[in-house]
Design a protein around this ligand. Structure first.
Ligand code: SF4
Length: 498
C-alpha cells in the first residue's frame, strides 16, 4: 500500500494510524505525488494553503472501496504543525473506519503512555467531563478513557510519596531456562550460556559497586530495587545471593519502598532461591504462568505446566512475601476466550496482590504462526481483555499502571492491577517517567529525569558477552557519564521534577 503526502511529511504518525487497521501490511511513501488511475490500495493525504486556511484532505482507497474526508483549519491556530498532523490522522482514521468497519478503541492515540496524557490533563485543571471530551477528539472510547482515569487516580498516592532526591535501581539478569516463542527480550538460555554466568555475575557485581559508590556521593536515596531480565531465578542460588548481597552492602536500603525480584518462570523457583531473595531484603516477586492451559504452555515453549505454577505459587506464598505478582497474556495462539477466562478465574481465586495482563504483540504472534501454523483471533483477544477488566474490578483489583506496545493485537494494552496498597511502585515510576532509574547489567537502560521534558537514556551493551568484553570502555564509562548528568540535575534542583 502506498501513502502519498502533499504539502507535508507526517510520515511517522500517518503510518502508525494505517497500522491500526492493517497491522500486517507494509507501506511505501511518495512525496508530492498522487496515485495513478487504477493503482493499488493507497491513501492520499494533502495539505494545501488558501487565503489564511490549511485545507486538509484524506482520500483512502482499499480493496476497491473509497472514502474521502476534508477539514480546514486557520494558519494562526495554536501549534499549527501538530494541529495539521492530528487533523490528517483523524481524517484518515474516519476513512479507514468506514472502509474496514473496524473501530480501534484507542482511536488515533498511538503512543505508549496514554495515562501520562490523562495525568497531564488532570494536572492542567481539566474536569473529568472535559477529559472525556478531549479524548473523544482522538476517537478514544469512553471505556478506555475511564480506564486511564481510574489508573491515573490510583497512581496518585504512590506518586505523592516520591522523594525528589530518590532514584531506583534496575538489575538485569538476562538468562532464562528456555526461550518462550513470543519473547521480545534479549534473553539467553541458561543451558547455552552456563559457562558465561560466573563471569557475568562478577562483572554485574563490579557495576553495582561502581553505581553504589557514585550513588552515595550524589546524596541520592534508593527508592526501589527491581531485578528483571530474563528470569533472575534462572541462575544458581549462590550467584543470585552474591548479586543481592552486593546490592545490600553497597546501598543504604533504609529509604527503600519496594524490592522486587521477577522470579518469572515457575520452573526456576524453589525454597532455596526464595530464601535467598527474602534474606537479602526482597519483598515482592513475580510468578508468571501466562496461561494455565497446558496445551498453550507447550506450544509457546514455556517448558512448565499449570501444576508447576501452582506449586511454585504455593511455596512463594508460604515463604511470606509482602506481595506476589502474576503475569498473564491475552491472545496467545491456541488459547480461546473460555480457556483464558478459566485461567483468570483460577488466578483470582489465589488472590495475589498484583495481576498484570498483557496483550500479545501481533509481530510475535505472526512469528509463531509462521512456525506453527496456528491462529490468533484479534476479536477473541478483545473479548478476553474486556472480560479481564470487569472480572478484576469485581474481585477488588484496581488498574495502577498501563502501557501499550507497538503491534499489539487489536491495538490493545497491558494493564497492571493491584489490590489496595499493593501497587508496584517501580512500575508506576518507570511507566510515568517521573523518577531516575539506574540500570546495571546487559541490556540495562539508565533513564535520567532531569526536569520537565528533559529525559535522557544511556544504554548498556545488549548481550552478556558484549557486556563482559566492553565492560571498562563502555559500561563504566557510560555510568560515569550518567552520574555527571545526575549530579548536574541535582545541582540545578531539577532531578525528578516533571
Ligand atoms: S521468561 Fe520472559 S524473558 Fe524469558 S524467554 Fe520467556 S518471555 Fe523471554
Amino acid at each position: 500500500m502506498t501513502l502519498y503526502f502533499i504539502g507535508h511529511n507526517f510520515r511517522y504518525e500517518c503510518e502508525a494510524v494505517m497500522k491500526l487497521f492493517f497491522p500486517a501490511r507494509s507501506f511505501e511513501f511518495a512525496l508530492e505525488d498522487t496515485p495513478a488511475e487504477n493503482s493499488g490500495d493507497s491513501a492520499l493525504l494533502s495539505r494545501k494553503v488558501y487565503s489564511g486556511m490549511a485545507d486538509l484532505r484524506a482520500v483512502c482507497r482499499v480493496g476497491g472501496k473509497t472514502s474521502e474526508r476534508s477539514e480546514k483549519i486557520p494558519l494562526n491556530v495554536k501549534d499549527y504543525e501538530h494541529a495539521c498532523e492530528l487533523t490528517l490522522c483523524r481524517l484518515m482514521f474516519l476513512c479507514l473506519k468506514e472502509i474496514t468497519g473496524i473501530s480501534p478503541a484507542w482511536g488515533v492515540l498511538t503512543g505508549v503512555r496514554p495515562v501520562k496524557l490523562v495525568t497531564g490533563l488532570l494536572k492542567s485543571g481539566l474536569s473529568e467531563d472535559e477529559i472525556y471530551s478531549k479524548m473523544s477528539e482522538y476517537y478514544v472510547t469512553k471505556e478506555k478513557t475511564a480506564l486511564c482515569l481510574e489508573t491515573a487516580k490510583n497512581q496518585e498516592s504512590c506518586l505523592k510519596g516520591l522523594d525528589l532526591m530518590s532514584a531506583s535501581l534496575y538489575v538485569s539478569i538476562p538468562f532464562c531456562p528456555s526461550r518462550c516463542a513470543y519473547c521480545s527480550f534479549v534473553s539467553q538460555t541458561v543451558e547455552s550460556f552456563k559457562k558465561l554466568i560466573p563471569e557475568y555475575v562478577g562483572r554485574l557485581c563490579d557495576e553495582i559497586r561502581f553505581i553504589g559508590e557514585k550513588f552515595s556521593e550524589s546524596g541520592l536515596k534508593l527508592d526501589a530495587v527491581y531485578f528483571g531480565g530474563g528470569t533472575p531465578t534462572a541462575i544458581p542460588a549462590d550467584d543470585l545471593d552474591k548479586i543481592m548481597r552486593t546490592v545490600s552492602s553497597e546501598f543504604d536500603l533504609s529509604h527503600l519502598r519496594e524490592y522486587t525480584v521477577e522470579a518469572g518462570r515457575p520452573d526456576t523457583i524453589d525454597e532455596e532461591k526464595l530464601n535467598v531473595i527474602l534474606s537479602n531484603g526482597g519483598r515482592r516477586i513475580s510468578v508468571n504462568p501466562q496461561t494455565l492451559q497446558n496445551g498453550v504452555l507447550e506450544k509457546i515453549g514455556r517448558r512448565h505446566t499449570a501444576e508447576d505454577f501452582l506449586r511454585a505459587y504455593e511455596i512463594a506464598e508460604k515463604a511470606g512475601f509482602d506481595s506476589i505478582n502474576v503475569d498473564l497474556i491475552a491472545g496467545l495462539p491456541g488459547d480461546d476466550l473460555r480457556g483464558f477466562c478459566k485461567t483468570l478465574e483460577k488466578i483470582i481465586s489465589l488472590g495475589p496482590g498484583n495481576i498484570t495482563v498483557h496483550t500479545l504483540s501481533i509481530k510475535r504472534a505472526a512469528d509463531m504462526m509462521h512456525s506453527d501454523g496456528f491462529e490468533v483471533s484479534p476479536d477473541e483477544t478483545a473479548k478476553m481483555v474486556e472480560h479481564t477488566n470487569s472480572s478484576l474490578m469485581a474481585a477488588g483489583y484496581r488498574p495502577y499502571y498501563l502501557y501499550r506496545q507497538k503491534n499489539q493485537l487489536s491495538n490493545l494494552e497491558n494493564v497492571g492491577w493491584a489490590k489496595d496498597g499493593k501497587e508496584g511502585i517501580y512500575n508506576i515510576n518507570m511507566m510515568e517517567e517521573v523518577q531516575t532509574v539506574i540500570a546495571a547489567g546487559a541490556g540495562g537502560s539508565t533513564k535520567i529525569v532531569a526536569g520537565p521534558g528533559r529525559i535522557s537514556r544511556l544504554y548498556n551493551p545488549k548481550y552478556p558477552l558484549e557486556y563482559i568484553k566492553r565492560f571498562d570502555e563502555t559500561v563504566i564509562k557510560r555510568k560515569a557519564e550518567a552520574f555527571e548528568r545526575i549530579n548536574e540535575a541535582v545541582g540545578n534542583g531539577a532531578l525528578n521534577r516533571v
